[in-house]
Design a protein around this ligand. Structure first.
Ligand code: UD2
Length: 312
C-alpha cells in the first residue's frame, strides 16, 4: 500500500481519482481549500481518507501534510480561461505560486513523485494539429500561461533537485461531478444541464471550434499510471483521446441522445479561447502504456446519466 496526497481532491477530477485510489486499496489524504471543490464529492469516502482543509498558497500550513507521502497528485488550481481573463492575479497566485509551494513541500518531504495536472491550453493558437508535446507552446490566456509555468517548474525541479515529476496535459476532461452550476465549468456539463432543465445552451462563436473531449476515467487512469511509470519522469505528456469534436457536432449528438431538436443561441467568441484542440497521444502510449478506454460518445452518455440522477 502506498500513501497518496491529492491536492484538489474534493474537486471534479480529484474526487474521481480518490475513489479509484481507494478502490485499489491505497492510503489517501486530500488537501483542498474547498474554493471550487465540494465536500459532497467525497461524502461517500469521508471516513476512509484524511481530509485537510488548507490552501496551497500557505506553504507553512501545507508543509506538514507532505510528510510520509509516497505520491503527490497535484490538481489544486483555479481552472477556467474566462476566470483567469477576469482575474489574472488570483489565477497566477494559486496556479503558479501554489504549485511552487507544492513542489517545495514535496521536495523537502522527499516524496517519491509529483504528478501535475497541466493543460492542453498550453498549445493555444499554435496552428499545427494534432498537438505534439514538442510543439511550441503559445498560451492565449493567463490560465494557460499559469499551467505552462507549472509544467516548467515540474521539469526544472526534476533537473535541479532530483524530485521526480510528471506533467500531464489534460485535454478538456468531462464527466460525473463536473459542476454544471459554476460559470467556470466545462462546456459539456453546462450543455447537458441545459438539456435536462429545458434551457437553451449558448455557443460562444460559430460552434466550429473543436476539442479533444476526454472522459474523466481516462484521465484518472493516465494519472495513476504516471505515478509509477518508469521513463515518464521529467516529461510533459498529453492526456486526451486522439479524437476531436466541434461544439456543433456535440449539440447534434446531444439532440440525438435526448431526442430533442435544440437550436443553441450564439454569443461572442470568448476572450483567450483556443480554436482547435486535438491530442497526439503517442507519448502517453509509450511512457504510460495509456489507452483511452472510454470514447467520447460513451462518456457523454455516462455523464448525461449521472446528471439525470443528480441534477435538480
Ligand atoms: C481549457 C483547456 C482544458 C482545461 C480547461 C480548464 C483548451 C483547449 N482546453 O478548456 O484542457 O485545462 O481549460 O478550465 O484550452 N463554450 C460555449 N458555451 C458555454 C461554455 C463554453 O460555447 O456555455 C465554449 C468555449 O468558448 C470553448 C469551448 O466551449 O470554445 C470549451 O470551453 P470550456 O470552458 O469547456 O473549456 P476550454 O476549452 O476553455
Amino acid at each position: 500500500m502506498a500513501r497518496y496526497l491529492v491536492t484538489g481532491g474534493s474537486g471534479f477530477i480529484g474526487s474521481n481519482i480518490v475513489d479509484e485510489l481507494l478502490h485499489r486499496n491505497q492510503e489517501v489524504a486530500v488537501l483542498d481549500n474547498l474554493s471550487t471543490g465540494r465536500k459532497e464529492n467525497l461524502a461517500g469516502v469521508r471516513d476512509r481518507i484524511a481530509f485537510h482543509e488548507a490552501d496551497i498558497r500557505d506553504l507553512d500550513k501545507i508543509r506538514p501534510l507532505f510528510q510520509n507521502t509516497d505520491y503527490v497528485i497535484h490538481l489544486a488550481a483555479l481552472p477556467s480561461v474566462p476566470r483567469s481573463v477576469a482575474d489574472p492575479i488570483t489565477s497566477n497566485a494559486v496556479n503558479i505560486d501554489g504549485t511552487l509551494n507544492v513542489l517545495v513541500a514535496a521536495r523537502d518531504a522527499k516524496v517519491k513523485r509529483v504528478v501535475f495536472a497541466a493543460s492542453s491550453s498550453a498549445y493555444g493558437d499554435n496552428p499545427v494539429l494534432p498537438r505534439v508535446e514538442t510543439h511550441m507552446p503559445r498560451p492565449l490566456s493567463p490560465y494557460a500561461l499559469t499551467k505552462l509555468a507549472g509544467e516548467y517548474y515540474c521539469v526544472m525541479f526534476t533537473r535541479l533537485y532530483g524530485l521526480e515529476t510528471v506533467a500531464l496535459r489534460y485535454f478538456n476532461i468531462f464527466g460525473p461531478r463536473q459542476n454544471p452550476d459554476s460559470p467556470y465549468t466545462g462546456v459539456l456539463s453546462i450543455f447537458i444541464a441545459a438539456y435536462l432543465r429545458g434551457q437553451t445552451p449558448t455557443i460562444f462563436g460559430d460552434g466550429e471550434q473543436s476539442r479533444d473531449f476526454t472522459f474523466v476515467s481516462n484521465a484518472v487512469d493516465a494519472t495513476l499510471r504516471a505515478c509509477t511509470a518508469e521513463g515518464a519522469v521529467g516529461k510533459v505528456i498529453n492526456v486526451g483521446t486522439g479524437d476531436r469534436y466541434t461544439l456543433n457536432q456535440t449539440v447534434a449528438l446531444l439532440n440525438k441522445m435526448f431526442s430533442k431538436q435544440v437550436t443553441p443561441d450564439h454569443g461572442p467568441v470568448r476572450q483567450g479561447d483556443v480554436r482547435e484542440s486535438h491530442a497526439d497521444i503517442t507519448l502517453a502510449r509509450q511512457f504510460l502504456s495509456y489507452e483511452p478506454l472510454v470514447r467520447f460518445e460513451d462518456g457523454l452518455r455516462r455523464t448525461a446519466d449521472w446528471a439525470r440522477a443528480t441534477l435538480r
